[in-house]
Design a protein around this ligand. Structure first.
Ligand code: ADP
Ligand code: MG
Length: 769
C-alpha cells in the first residue's frame, strides 16, 4: 500500500493472509464461497449469502483490505447486541493483523466515541452512526466531533437496514413549545365527520366527508369534508369569516384534522399502540415490539393522546434530520450482505447504485419448501398449524413458528399450553435473551414461537449450541451427547419452519424459511394462509375469492390452487412496489433537503473552524450596512427610519440628523465609515471590559446559535411544505416541481436573512454585556 499498490492489486495477498490467520487462531478456514463473498463486498456490491453461511467471517476479508488505507471501516449491524457480539468474535483476528477494533454504542461519552472512531474497524448500529453524523453537525467546538471520514461501510443484514428501516428519516428533536390544547379541539371535531360509504376514493362524493385508505393508512377529505372543515374552523374560531382554508397560513390546519381522523378510524388500541403509564406506546407492525422512545410524526401521536384522554406531550420539533439513504450515500464505498437481497435488487440498484450478486452455498441446499396450504377461515388455519406442531413435537422434531405479531404468537402459545406442549416464546424483552432462546431452537423437541424479525443474526444449529462456560473436564462427554442429539435431529428431517401467514413482502417470507437448512442441513418449511389474512383480504380480488367459495370446501379442508398461489405472489409484489414508492418519494424529497443540508452544514463547519472570526464579522457587517444604505435614495427624507433601524437592529444611537445637517451632499461611503467607526469604538470598549479572546468565543457561540435556530425553523417549514404540497395537486401542478421551486426560494431567502440576523444579533448582544 505504501509503495503505491491499489487495493485491487493487494486483494489476493490480503485475503490469503486473513484466511491463514483465521485458520490458525479460529480453526476456521474461509470457504471458497466466502472468498467470493469477500470479493463482492470489496467491489461495492451486495452479496446475498444464505443464513448460516458465515457472513461474519466473510466480512473480515474486505474489512481488513479496506482498512489498509488507514481511513477506517464501519461495520453496521441491526442492533447493539450484534455489534458487540461480532466485534468480540472478530477482534482476535483483526488484532493479530495489527488492526484496532472499536465499538460505537449509544450512551457512550464523546471521548469514548472518539476513541472508537479512531479504530481501524468500527462496529455499531445504523442509528448510532447516523445520529453521530447529525450530532457532529450540532457541536459548538470542532473538538467535540466524533466521526472521521466516511470511507468504507459494510452493512450486515443490509435489506433490513436499507429497506425496512428506510421508510422514515432519523430525527433529532427538541421541544417546540406548541399549544397542545388545539389537539383536544380537533379531537372534538371528529364526530362531525361522516365516513364515505363507497370503497373507492371519490373527492366529489356526496355520501361522506372522508375516505379511508386502509392500505396506505391514510385519510382523505372529500370536497364535502373540506367544506365542513372550513365551517368548523370558523365555528371554533381558528379562522375569520373572510379567510379561506386554502391560504398558506391555514392549510396547516388540515394536518390536524387528518391526524385526528386517522387516530380515530385507522389506529387501534392494543394493535397499533398500547397505553402504558398514561402514555401511548407504538407497537412495531413487523416485530410486535414496543417502540418505547418513538413517536408518530405529523401530529398523529398527539391526536391519539387526545383521543385516549391521556397527557398530550409537547410536539417535538426537529433540530436535525436525515434519511438513512442519504447518510449511507456519503460513504465513498458501500457494501452489504444478507440472506435475502435478490427480491430487492432493483431498489438497491436504483437508490444506492448497488449491484446484488448471489453467492452459492458452500454445501448444496436440501431444504424442502412445501407448498402453501390455504384455508377458508383463520380458525381452520390455526387448527392446522397446531396439528403440524403437535406432529413434530410427538416425533421430537424441532419446530420454529413465525408469526406477524406478539398477539398472534400468544394465541398459538395458549393453544399449545392447553395441549401440554412445552414451548418457548420470544417475548421481545431483549435482543440478548432472544438470541439465547433462538440459538437453542434446533434441539430435540424444541418448539419456538417468534415474530418474524426476532432473533435475526443468530445461528440455529441442529442439536443446539454448547454453553461456552462449561466445565473443561466434562467437555468431551458433553460433545458426545451433542453429536448424538445432532444426528438424531438430522434423521428427523432437521428444523421444521412454519409460517403462520404470508408477509407483505416475499423477502420476509424467505428470511423466515432461511432459518432452516443451513450449511447443507436437512430442513423443511411450510406457510399456512387463510382468506381472512390481511394480505388476502386487502389485496386479492373479489373474483378470486368467489371462485374459492365455489369450491364448496368442507370445514378444515385446505385449498391448493395455482391461481391462488400466483395471486398471492402478485399481491406481495404490489405491496412491495407500494413500499418502494414510499421510500423513493421519501428520498426524492429528502434529496432536495439534502442539497440544502450540505450547504448549511458547510457554512456551519466553516464558522466552527474559522480562525479570524473578527474579520468575518467585520466583512459581514459592512455588507449589511451598505445594503441598508442602498435602500434609501435620499437620506434627508428618511432620517427617522434610518435612525430607528440602527437603533433597533444594531443598538446604535447614531444621529443622521446631525450628520446630514452639516453635510448636504454627503457620500454613502462616508456615512458607512462613520457608522462603522462608531461601532468599532463601542466594540473596543467592550473588548477591554470582557477580554479580547472572550469576545471572540461569545461571537462564535452567538453565530452558531443563530444558525441552528434558522435551520430548525427551515426544517419545520420544509415539513409543512411537503405535507401541504399535495393540495397544490388540485390546481394541476406537479407537487414535486412546486416543492423544489418553493424550497429553493425559501432556502436562499433564509441565507440572506441569516447574514442580517448574524450582524444585528452580535452587535445587540455584545453591546449589552
Ligand atoms: P450468517 O451471518 O451468514 O447467518 P454466521 O456468521 O452467524 O452466519 O455463521 C454461522 C456459523 O458458521 C458460525 O457458527 C460460524 O462459526 C460458522 N462458520 C462460518 N464460517 C466458517 C468456516 N469457514 N468454517 C467453519 N465454520 C464456519
Ligand atoms: Mg449474520
Amino acid at each position: 500500500m505504501k509503495n503505491g499498490k491499489s487495493l485491487d492489486e493487494l486483494l489476493p495477498e490480503a485475503f490469503s493472509t486473513v484466511r491463514e490467520v483465521s485458520k490458525r487462531i479460529f480453526n476456521m478456514r474461509h470457504f471458497d464461497v466466502q472468498l467470493m463473498g469477500g470479493v463482492i463486498l470489496h467491489q461495492n456490491c451486495i452479496a446475498e449469502m444464505c443464513t448460516g453461511e458465515g457472513k461474519t467471517l466473510t466480512s473480515t476479508l474486505p474489512a481488513y483490505l479496506n482498512a489498509l488505507s488507514g481511513n477506517g471501516v464501519h461495520i453496521v449491524t441491526m442492533n447493539e447486541y450484534l455489534a458487540q457480539r461480532d466485534a468480540k468474535k472478530n477482534k482476535p483476528l483483526f488484532e493479530f493483523l495489527g488492526l484496532k477494533v472499536g465499538i460505537n454504542l449509544s450512551g457512550m461519552s464523546i471521548i469514548e466515541k472518539q476513541k472508537a472512531y479512531h479504530s481501524d474497524i468500527v462496529y455499531g448500529t445504523n442509528h448510532e452512526f447516523c445520529f453521530d453524523y447529525l450530532r457532529d453537525n450540532m457541536v459548538f467546538s470542532s473538538k467535540k466531533k466524533v466521526q472521521k471520514t466516511l470511507h468504507y461501510v459494510l452493512i450486515d443484514e443490509v435489506d433490513s437496514i436499507l429497506i425496512d428501516e428506510a421508510r422514515t428519516p432519523l430525527i433529532i428533536s427538541g421541544s417546540s413549545k406548541e399549544n397542545i390544547e388545539v389537539y383536544n379541539i380537533f379531537n372534538k371535531m371528529v364526530p362531525y365527520f361522516v365516513k364515505q360509504k363507497t370503497q373507492k376514493i371519490n373527492y366529489s362524493s356526496k355520501d361522506g366527508d372522508f375516505f379511508i385508505d386502509e392500505k396506505n393508512k391514510q385519510v382523505f377529505l372529500t370536497e364535502n369534508g373540506l367544506k365542513k372543515f372550513e365551517f368548523l374552523l370558523l365555528k371554533f374560531n381558528f379562522i375569520n369569516k373572510d379567510q379561506s382554508l386554502y391560504s398558506t397560513q391555514n392549510f396547516i390546519f388540515i394536518q390536524y384534522i387528518i391526524a385526528a381522523l386517522r387516530a380515530h378510524f385507522i389506529f387501534n388500541r392494543d394493535i397499533d399502540y398500547i397505553i402504558k403509564d398514561n402514555k401511548i406506546i407504538i407497537i412495531d407492525e413487523h416485530t410486535g415490539r414496543m417502540m418505547l422512545d418513538r413517536r408518530w410524526s405529523d401530529g398523529l401521536h398527539q391526536a391519539i393522546e387526545a383521543k385516549e384522554h391521556v397527557n398530550i406531550l409537547d410536539e417535538s420539533q426537529t433540530l436535525a434530520s436525515i434519511t438513512l439513504q442519504n447518510y449511507f450515500k456519503m460513504y465513498k464505498k458501500i457494501s452489504g450482505m444478507t440472506g435475502t437481497a435478490q427480491t430487492e435488487s432493483f431498489e438497491f440498484q436504483v437508490i444506492y447504485g448497488l449491484k446484488t450478486i448471489v453467492v452459492p452455498t458452500n454445501n448444496p441446499m436440501i431444504r424442502k419448501d412445501l407448498p402453501d396450504l390455504i384455508y377458508m377461515t383463520e380458525k381452520e388455519k390455526i387448527n392446522a398449524i397446531i396439528e403440524d406442531i403437535k406432529n413434530c413435537f410427538l416425533k421430537k422434531q424441532p419446530v420454529l413458528v413465525g408469526t406477524t405479531s406478539i398477539k398472534k404468537s400468544e394465541i398459538i402459545s395458549k393453544k399449545l399450553f392447553n395441549l401440554g406442549i412445552k414451548h418457548n416464546i420470544l417475548n421481545a424483552k431483549s435482543y440478548k435473551k432472544e438470541a439465547s432462546i433462538i440459538s437453542q431452537a434446533g434441539k430435540l423437541k424444541a418448539v419456538t414461537i417468534s415474530t418474524n424479525m426476532a432473533g435475526r443474526g443468530t445461528d440455529i444449529i441442529l442439536g443446539g449450541v454448547i454453553n461456552e462456560k462449561i466445565n473443561k473436564y466434562k467437555l468431551n462427554d458433553i460433545k458426545k451427547k451433542w453429536q448424538k442429539e445432532h444426528n438424531e435431529v438430522i434423521l428427523l428431517g432437521g428444523l421444521h419452519v412454519i409460517g403462520t401467514e404470508r408477509h407483505e413482502s416475499r423477502r420476509i417470507d424467505n428470511q423466515l424459511r432461511g432459518r432452516t437448512g443451513r450449511q447443507g442441513d436437512p430442513g423443511s418449511s411450510r406457510f399456512y394462509l387463510s382468506l381472512e389474512d390481511s394480505l388476502i383480504r386487502i389485496f386479492i380480488s373479489e373474483n378470486i375469492k368467489k371462485i374459492i367459495l365455489n369450491f364448496n370446501l368442507k370445514f378444515g379442508e385446505p385449498i391448493e390452487h395455482h391461481w391462488i398461489t400466483s395471486a398471492i405472489s402478485f399481491a406481495q409484489k404490489k405491496v412491495e412496489n407500494y413500499h418502494f414508492e414510499i421510500r423513493k418519494q421519501l428520498i426524492e424529497y429528502d434529496d432536495i433537503l439534502n442539497t440544502q443540508r450540505n450547504i448549511f452544514y458547510l457554512i456551519r463547519n466553516n464558522i466552527l473552524k474559522i480562525k479570524n472570526i473578527k474579520y468575518f464579522i467585520k466583512k459581514n457587517l459592512i455588507d449589511i450596512i451598505k445594503n441598508i444604505l442602498d435602500n434609501y435614495n435620499n437620506y434627508h427624507n428618511d432620517i427617522i427610519n434610518l435612525e430607528n433601524i440602527f437603533k433597533n437592529d444594531f443598538n446604535l444611537i447614531f444621529s443622521f440628523k446631525k450628520l446630514l445637517k452639516n453635510n448636504l451632499l454627503i457620500s454613502k461611503k462616508l456615512i458607512l465609515n462613520k457608522i462603522y467607526k462608531k461601532i468599532q469604538y463601542n466594540y473596543k470598549k467592550i473588548e477591554k471590559k470582557i477580554g479580547y479572546d472572550n469576545i471572540r468565543k461569545i461571537e462564535k457561540k452567538i453565530i452558531l446559535n443563530i444558525l441552528d435556530f434558522f435551520w430548525k425553523e427551515h426544517l419545520l417549514f420544509m415539513e409543512y411544505l411537503r405535507q401541504g404540497i399535495h393540495f397544490r395537486g388540485y390546481s394541476q401542478k406537479d407537487p414535486k416541481q412546486e416543492y423544489i421551486k418553493e424550497s429553493f426560494f425559501i432556502f436562499s431567502n433564509m441565507l440572506n436573512i441569516l447574514k442580517y440576523e448574524i450582524s444585528s444579533n452580535i452587535i445587540k448582544k455584545i453591546f449589552y454585556l
